[in-house]
Every structure is written in structure tokens, then in C-alpha cells.
Design a protein around this ligand. Structure first.
Ligand SMILES: [Zn+2]
Length: 458
């Protein structure tokens, strides 16, 4: 559950997950594979799964998590032999999921399960969040956070293997379209979905309309052509800027998903919106039309949308091709996507727009009353909050660029993309040196901008 940047403008408003997956030309952690079949029924809220997990990280092969509303019928191993497990009585819990403990670690497990969930056709639930298996009467929304599929679980680190390659058959009674994160949406009530790239596996099935262009997919809402074009053209521009900057083509294209939340009545009454991004899905409770309208309106509202879309698209590189881990996780994942979004904003909306955005980040950091962890002293236990990920660390990257120049900074970003996540400061420095930043320049940056966690450079 990796919070990603929020939908709407505020620098700090924040929500959910980035896509994380398999990658680039570097050593990566084990990439899990999820196979099997799931059946669901929009009219009854019933869900049945027969799903196998393999290639899970070694330290997560003794446990799995599954949504607390699902009942495990049985677990079998790769040869079809039943496997004993605990979790019936006094179960372990991880958020919205139960933790099951296998009698012993097993390389491949298959879990058969069944459950049923309440329907909220009047959209009058008391709440809704990303971990729900949400049935609103005409759609089903299960994100990776809901653990609608079993996920291997490392009990020590309390980390789920929430990104997986997949080969899944989905049957959805009542659906007119089906979508699994990272695969093209299909028209129909059943389909087989495959991905060789690990993704957070989100399912959305519904009866609404779908639109697909070369640049975007829009699910569950119809937009007039001019508005679809506005989205398409922004996505195209961002893809061009990012691809050029990173030297690797941005292959994914975003899917904009319109959700009617379980508590939509209350949201409409309050005028509040909720959303999350699980790359390449950008899900919003408000209308996708709002995004297109802002883009067409121009000015600062357009700039905010461009920056937001560019941030999410940055997760193709940091989160999908490169899958960060270790002490710099949040910076490698979020601050690098944020840095790329500022590049794209400058390229697409101009210097004034980018400068305004950066000034906003700096103003937010200046207002902090507590000091931030120094970037050259953080370790796995450092608390890198939203302000750190989305404002302070992106400013640090900009300050490095200011000192070493655009060309070396670009080489550094490309180096980060191609590298296994650095585990400590010397490893991070090594990537910088390889990018042509000399030791003296690196140390000067460290002394003037990094050490002590000052809000701005000396
Ligand atoms: Zn993000």
C-alpha cells in the first residue's frame, strides 16, 4: 500500500498506490505470478476464487493474506496436495485482510475461496476506501489493497507482495466490460487477462460505457469528443517529454476510471471527491469531465492537471520499470516522479507554470515547524512523510540540478532508472558519479543543501 500523490492540486493531499512492477535491465526482487480464475456477480456481491501464487519472495512463502470477507475453502500445493494452515481462530490481521499461516513455506500455493459482500445500489454506505471490495449495484471495484486475490505476506516486515504478473480468467455476471490493471479493458462479461509485467492487480467490472483512443482509456463514463481529445493530447505531450528525458519510451497509457463510490450520496452532498492512482489506472469519484474541462480552460487549473497526470505517468519509470525498495523507497518512487512532473510541466505549460509550482513546494516546506530527516542520514526507519516525498525531496533534486547542470542531472535520473535501488549514501553517490557528477560537486551539494535537513540550500 504505497500512497501516491493525491488527485487534486494540494501539494500534500495524498492518497494511494503507485504501480510497482517488474523492470528494467537490473537485478530485481522476485516477481510473483498469480494464475487461476475468479467469478463474481454484480447482483449478489458473491465472489469465488481459485487462484495460485508462485515465485513469491522467499521470506513471504509461509503466509498469505486475503480479504477478511472471503472464506478459504482449501489450500493446495503445486502438486494438488492439501496444505494445512492457521488463521481460523484468532487470526492475524493486516488492514482489510486476514493473515493465514501455512504449515510450512511452499513455493506454489493455490487457494480456493468464496465470500459475499454487501451491495450499495443507493450509494448510501457510511464510507468507502481503497481496501473495500466495493459493489455499488452496477459495478465491482477491487483494488490490490482489498486483497481480493491472495497475496504472499512477509510477517516480519509486514509487507504484502501486492504486485504480480498474472494470467487470470475473470467471469463477472452483470458486467458489460471488464478491466484488470495493466491490460486493455474488454467489452463483455468474461475474459482472460495476462500481464508479463508485475502490476498491482486492480479489477473493475461494470455496465457503463468505455472509450479508447491511442492515448487514453476512459471507463464508466462517456465524454464528448473534444474532451477526450483534450485528455489524449495532454497524455501524448507528457509521454513525449518523459520519453525524451528518460531515453526510454513510455509504453503504458493511462486508464481514467470513473467510480461511483459506495457513499456517493454523501460525497455529492458535500461536493467532495476521492481518487487514487494505481498506475496505469487513475481512478476518480468525480467526473473525468472535470479533468478535461480544466485542461480546456487553461491557466492554473490546467497546469495542476498537467502536473498531476505527468506525476502519475512518471510512475511508468519509477514504480513500474524500476521497482524501488530500501531506505530511499519513497524518494525513488514519489520524489522522482514528482521531479519528472515538474520537467513535463515546464515543457508543456511553460517556465512560469513550473516556477509557480516549485515556489508552492518551497513555500510548503518553509512553513514546516519540525525539521525534516537529512537526506544523507536516512535509513530504513526514517519517517518520510508526504511533505518529504512530494515537496522537500523533489526540491533537493532540483537543487542538485541547479548545481550540476541539466545534462548531468538527466544522466543521474537515467542512472537511477537503470540501477537497483541504492541501499545507502555511498551507493547513491556511486550512481551520481557514474552519471558524470564529480565527487567535489556531489559533496558541495551535500554540504550546501542536504546535511542537517535544512528547508533550503545555504
Ligand atoms: Zn506518485
Amino acid at each position: 500500500m504505497n500512497p501516491c500523490k493525491a488527485l487534486l492540486p494540494a501539494v500534500v493531499a495524498a492518497l494511494l498506490a503507485p504501480a510497482i512492477s517488474q523492470a528494467a535491465p537490473t537485478a530485481q526482487v522476485a516477481t510473483p505470478l498469480t494464475t487461476g480464475s475468479v467469478r463474481l456477480d454484480i447482483a449478489t456481491g458473491r465472489v469465488e476464487g481459485d487462484v495460485c501464487l508462485s515465485n513469491s519472495p522467499a521470506n513471504a512463502q509461509g503466509h498469505f493474506v486475503l480479504n477478511a470477507g472471503l472464506n478459504v475453502a482449501q489450500v493446495i500445493d503445486g502438486e494438488g496436495k492439501p496444505v494445512g494452515f492457521d488463521g481460523w481462530y484468532a487470526p492475524g490481521v493486516d488492514g482489510e485482510a486476514r493473515v493465514y499461516t501455512l504449515a510450512e513455506p511452499i513455493a506454489k500455493i493455490c487457494v480456493q475461496y468464496v465470500g459475499a459482500f454487501p451491495l450499495y445500489p443507493k450509494h448510501d454506505a457510511l464510507g468507502d476506501f481503497k481496501g473495500m471490495m466495493a459493489f455499488n449495484g452496477d459495478s465491482a471495484r477491487f483494488t490490490e489493497q482489498s486483497a481480493w486475490l491472495p497475496q504472499a505476506f512477509d510477517p516480519k516486515a509486514r509487507v504484502r507482495s501486492s504486485q504480480s504478473r498474472y494470467d487470470l480468467q475473470v467471469d463477472c455476471a452483470g458486467c458489460r466490460f471488464l478491466y484488470l490493471n495493466g491490460s486493455p479493458a474488454i467489452e463483455g462479461a468474461q475474459g482472460r487477462f495476462r500481464s508479463d509485467t508485475a502490476r498491482p492487480i486492480l479489477l473493475f467490472g461494470g455496465s457503463g460505457p468505455t472509450t479508447r483512443t491511442a492515448q487514453v482509456t476512459i471507463l464508466n463514463e462517456t465524454l464528448p469528443t473534444a474532451k477526450v481529445d483534450a485528455l489524449s493530447s495532454t497524455v501524448q505531450k507528457v509521454a513525449d517529454v518523459h520519453s525524451r528525458y528518460m531515453g526510454v519510451p513510455l509504453v503504458d497509457r493511462p486508464t481514467f476510471l470513473r467510480m461511483v463510490t459506495l457513499n456517493q450520496i454523501e460525497r455529492d452532498r458535500e461536493g467532495s471527491e476521492w481518487g487514487f492512482a494505481t498506475w496505469p489506472t487513475i481512478a476518480m469519484s468525480g467526473s473525468i469531465v472535470n479533468v478535461a474541462d480544466s485542461l480546456l480552460a487553461g491557466g492554473e487549473s490546467a497546469e495542476r492537471r498537467v502536473q498531476y497526470i505527468a506525476h502519475e505517468m512518471g510512475h511508468y519509470y519509477f514504480g513500474t520499470l524500476n521497482r524501488p525498495q530500501g531506505p530511499y523507497f519513497w524518494v525513488l518512487l514519489e520524489s522522482s516522479a514528482e521531479f519528472l512532473s515538474i520537467k513535463a510541466l515546464r515543457g508543456i505549460s511553460g517556465d512560469a507554470a513550473a516556477d509557480r509550482y516549485v515556489a508552492g513546494l518551497q513555500a510548503a516546506v518553509n512553513k514546516l515547524s519540525t525539521p525534516l530527516p537529512a537526506f544523507d542520514a536516512i535509513d530504513g526507519s526514517s519517517d518520510l512523510g508526504e511533505m518529504y516525498r512530494y515537496a522537500y525531496a523533489p526540491l533537493l533534486l532540483l537543487s542538485l540540478e541547479k548545481q550540476v547542470g541539466e545534462a548531468k542531472m538527466q544522466a543521474f535520473m537515467r542512472g537511477l532508472l537503470a540501477s537497483t535501488s541504492p541501499k545507502n549514501w555511498p551507493e547513491l553517490q556511486a550512481i551520481a558519479l557514474k552519471a558524470g557528477i564529480d565527487t567535489k560537486a556531489w559533496q558541495h551539494w551535500q554540504e550546501s543543501c542536504v546535511t542537517g535537513g535544512r528547508p533550503s540550500c545555504r
